[in-house]
Write a protein that binds this ligand. Structure first.
Ligand SMILES: CC(C)(COP(=O)(O)OP(=O)(O)OC[C@H]1O[C@@H](n2cnc3c(N)ncnc32)[C@H](O)[C@@H]1OP(=O)(O)O)[C@@H](O)C(=O)NCCC(=O)NCCS
Length: 244
């Protein structure tokens, strides 16, 4: 059975952050306000409210796989419920709900914030702008097998920027779960993400669910690709108990 994986994206600019501020606790507001960059303050605030909304939805027995959060959706829960489930940070570390319930992950890119929440033990989400990167980026971060997958995609006309961004987003999401057995000093070449056969079709705008193996662990995930953004969220899948 696939673990629940609920994902929300939300607008993340100063106006959205001001509207969402009442849903943050005083300590969340203080921590977000302490971020040096104004855009980052708005991103962190909006991502936190999105995570809290997802948690309340999961607790209510709902858990839409992917939602674009708007003001009307927030009203599904009383403001007090948002204030009762504070998220730690921002502090450059993996966020968690202060009461330890549920697992969450946050990401931001430009004026977009993303959150993922699960009842599983861990989750990772990453959202990235789709953009062309220098060839050195692939050399630095992608394994030979991944670079072959990208080359095969490019050979059949798949936009390289879209494939590269998806791949990068998948690595970031996997890393954020904290569920990978990584050496103390690692590079993203230590996380090998296999392209499925026909991987070039992944470059088309789409919403997909997938299973993925990385560093001996199994993950269930969802990927969203638009012309502008790639988003990947993953949860570790517990090993199946041996029969007999
Ligand atoms: C930490 C890291 C995952 C953040 O990703 P990013 O693409 O820069 O930024 P995103 O907007 O996607 O994510 C930011 C969120 O990640 C979360 N985060 C921070 N550190 C984290 C960690 N160690 N694990 C999981 N999540 C983390 C935070 O919630 C943060 O949001 P917040 O500041 O509002 O709380 C990224 O900087 C990273 O990859 N760090 C180190 C990995 C590494 O050493 N790679 C080696 C090759 S480059």
């Amino acid at each position: 059975m696939t673990p629940p994986l609920a994902i929300a994206v939300a607008r993340a600019d100063a106006e959205a952050a001001a509207r969402l501020e009442p849903y943050l606790t005083a300590s969340e507001r203080r921590a977000c306000a302490a971020q040096r960059v104004a855009a980052r303050r708005a991103q962190s605030a909006c991502a936190r409210v999105a995570a809290k909304w997802l948690r309340l939805e999961l607790a209510a027995g709902r858990g839409a796989p992917l939602v674009a959060l708007d003001a009307a959706s927030l009203e599904a829960h009383p403001r007090a419920a948002y204030l009762a489930c504070a998220v730690t940070g921002p502090c450059g570390r993996r966020p968690r709900f202060e009461d330890g319930a549920f697992a969450l992950s946050l990401s931001h890119a430009g004026e977009l914030a993303a959150a993922a929440v699960t009842t599983a033990r861990a989750v990772g989400v990453d959202v990235e702008r789709v953009e062309a990167r220098a060839a050195s980026f692939a050399d630095e971060h992608f394994t030979p097998r991944e670079r072959e997958g990208l080359a095969r995609g490019a050979a059949v006309g798949a936009p390289r920027a879209a494939l590269e961004t998806l791949l990068w987003s998948a690595k970031e999401a996997l890393y954020k779960t904290g569920a990978l057995a990584l050496p103390a000093r690692f590079s993203f070449r230590d996380i090998d993400v296999a392209f499925p056969p026909g991987g070039a079709r992944l470059a088309q705008p789409s919403v997909r669910s997938f299973a993925l193996g990385a560093r001996g662990g199994q993950f269930f995930g969802r990927a969203v690709l638009t012309g502008a953004f790639a988003l990947v969220a993953v949860v570790p899948v517990p090993p199946v108990a041996a029969l007999g």
